[in-house]
Structures are given as structure tokens and as C-alpha cells.
Design a protein around this ligand. Sequence first.
Ligand code: AMP
Length: 284
Amino acid sequence: MQIISTKQELLSIVEACKAQHQTIGLVPTMGALHQGHASLVTRSVKENDVTFVSVFVNPTQFNNKEDLVKYPRNAAADADLLQQLGVNYMFAPQPEEMYSDEEMNTTFRFDFAGLDAVMEGKMRPGHFNGVVQVVSRLFYLVRPNRAYFGEKDFQQLCIIHHMVERSSLKGTFGDLQIVDCPIYRGADGLALSSRNARLSEEERETAVNISRVLFLSRAWAKKYSVSEVQQMVVDTINSVPGLEVEYYEIVDRTTLQPTDTFAHAVGCVTVYCGPVRLIDNIQY
Ligand code: AMP
């Protein structure tokens, strides 16, 4: 596996792949890689001639400076894992390689058609502007045939689909296919996340209640209304000492707007487990 840190090097490698008519898979990540990331990477390696994995903690998608500083980083372990998984290229640039000073300090403009007005977008103003900024830049640089994203970040996945299929950027990325990958969970049900590394052993055990309640809510959905299930999820998670729900929204899977039916619905939750902000979701 080759590690690349400059755009110029990346562009010339992509050019060579294209000249040989190789299909390219891209997995964008922020590093501190775990088995959840590995599930996306393995799929890309299987489905494409060449796989690029970007490892870049994108500063423009953090609305909270402290969260950016505390975000776990482990480049050496990431490189080892990607090498084992059969990745061809790891792209790990510094922020100044990706952005000019101006780009770093101005909000990237994009028409989200309202998809950013709810949940993560509402709680983290500007977050998705940074996500679209970095992902679109990676798409321009790598020109992938397929790009892999996890359903763990459900709203992000929706916004990436919008960017490729419905926005003014439609068609910009050629025949790029966005591949949705299921949430990878630990044996105890907790959705794997780089942020889990910040949990103490006790918090890790407490955090398991998030997915436990989400799974339980599927059974509740057979008997109760959307608003009743919503309330039960919030109350049950909040009743666990050490957990505090920021939001739990049951929304339509495509529009992300609140819905009063479970058909085509997804329930998205954000929970503080001690100081660590965790997200998870469940499809009904
Ligand atoms: P991140 O490094 O957190 O930005 O994640 C990079 C990609 O991996 C995103 O598309 C995430 O949705 C995906 N991802 C992270 N954790 C998981 C997981 N537990 N299961 C599936 N995909 C995941």
C-alpha cells in the first residue's frame, strides 16, 4: 500500500489508473479506523480494481473546536489495518494541502434542500457544509466509480445522495455510484465509532443501552404510535444513569422530515454518554 499526502501525487496516480481503465473505489474516513470502517473498505476492495481510502480529520466539519482537538487520531495503526485489508492507496493530507486559508475560514455554500435543517444539521450548524466541501473535493480528486458510506451516519448518507443525484452538482461526478453500507455493531450491539475510544470501560457498558433501546423500539412500533415510541425511547435512554438524549427523531428515510408512520421511517438518536457524543439509528 502506498501512502499519499499531496494532491499532486494523488492526481497523477488517479490519472494512471484511469489510463489503464481500472475501476476506482473510494472510502472517505476521518481515521481512528475500526471494524466498521473495515466493512466498507473490504467491500470496496472486492468490488473495484483499485481502492483509495482517505484518512483526514476534516476541520471544516467541526463546529466545536474542542471536539476537533479531542478527535482520536492513530495514523500508524490506520495504515497497518488498511494494508492488511488490501487497500492500494491511503490518502492522508494535512489540512493546508486540502484548503486555502480562505476555504478554511469561510462556510462552504451548498443547497441542501432542507436536508441539513434537522437533527445533526440543526445541532451542529455548518457541519454538513464541511462534509459536502471535503467529500466533493475528494470526488473531484479521486474520480471514483464507487464511493462507500455507512448508514451509521444516516443523515450524511442522505446528503451525499442528494449531492450526487439531485443538487446542482448532479452529473458532476460522472457515473459515480454511492454505496450504502449497513451499520457495523459490536457483539453487544453498540455501533462502532471512532469516538468509542474516548469511553471509559464503565461508559462503554452504559452506552450499550442506546442500541438495546433502539432494538426494543422496533417491537414497540408494532403496538404504539410514532410519537409514543419517540417518547418511550427518549425516556428509557434518559432513565439510564450516565446517558442523556440530545434528540431522537423518527423521520422519513429520504426527506428526513418528521413522519407519523413507520413505513419508510428511520429513527435517529444522539446521546451523550458522559462527555462523549454518540449517534446511532434504526430502520423500522
Ligand atoms: P468517519 O471516520 O467516522 O467519518 O466514518 C467514515 C465512514 O465510515 C462513514 O461513511 C461512516 O458512516 C462509516 N462508518 C463509521 N462507523 C461505522 C459503522 N459502525 N458501521 C458502518 N459504517 C461506519
